[in-house]
Design a protein around this ligand. Structure first.
Ligand code: GAR
Length: 192
């Protein structure tokens, strides 16, 4: 079993998609050992509790590293995690940290591009296509190697909200696909 720690900061629809895909067998060979939030009181923690998964809040990097080690974490999935991980965390889990980003990286990513802002920028840029990207996390912001990307059309009457909703549906699919791809390449499975 691959032990996944999911890091969150908000509502957690991507977390829910992973939980559902594990439960349905769509994503097999993995279990979520804990959900770690960057802040208290987020709905993601309720989703974790409902699914019988431990929920924690990490107040700093030291605590986060302790929590990750305590559950023998193999993979870290950032699912709407709005903090930038310190290099210590990246170094300890090189090529074992995945992030989902709501655009076609390298477009509309990096510092300041998160959540709704990404979709507004896509609309302001006059794009006809957007999408979502699963990538490894390195020391930069959204600069790590791309694992998987999928396009989503931008409709002429889109608002940031309608575009966000369409992209989110795709995120829910490709995040689990990306996890599967990385799981198959783990050194303990003979990969990398
Ligand atoms: C998702 O759209 C995710 O791609 C985005 O935040 C949303 C979280 O939604 N992440 C970023 O913008 C990271 N730069 P969720 O909490 O419902 O999964």
């Amino acid at each position: 079993m691959v032990n996944i720690s999911v890091l969150v900061s908000g509502g957690g629809t991507n977390l829910q998609a992973i939980i559902d895909n594990i439960e349905s067998g769509e994503l097999s060979g993995a279990r979520i050992v804990q959900v770690i939030s960057s802040r208290e009181g987020v709905f993601s923690l309720e989703r974790a509790a409902k699914a019988g998964i431990k929920g924690k809040v990490a107040k700093d990097t030291k605590q986060l590293l302790e929590q990750l080690a305590a559950e023998n974490t193999d993979l870290i999935v950032l699912a709407g995690y709005m903090k930038v991980l310190e290099p210590e965390v990246i170094g300890a889990y090189r090529r074992r940290i995945l992030n989902i980003h709501p655009s076609l990286i390298p477009k509309y990513c990096g510092k300041g591009f998160y959540g709704k802002r990404v979709h507004q920028a896509v609309l302001d840029g006059g794009e006809t296509v957007s999408g979502a990207t699963v990538h490894f996390v390195d020391e930069g912001v959204d600069t790590g190697e791309i694992i998987l990307q999928r396009q989503v059309p931008v409709e002429p009457d889109d608002t940031a909200d309608t575009l966000a909703a369409r992209v989110l549906e795709t995120e829910h699919v490709i995040l689990s696909e990306g996890i599967k791809k990385v799981m198959a390449q783990l050194p303990e499975k003979g990969g990398l």
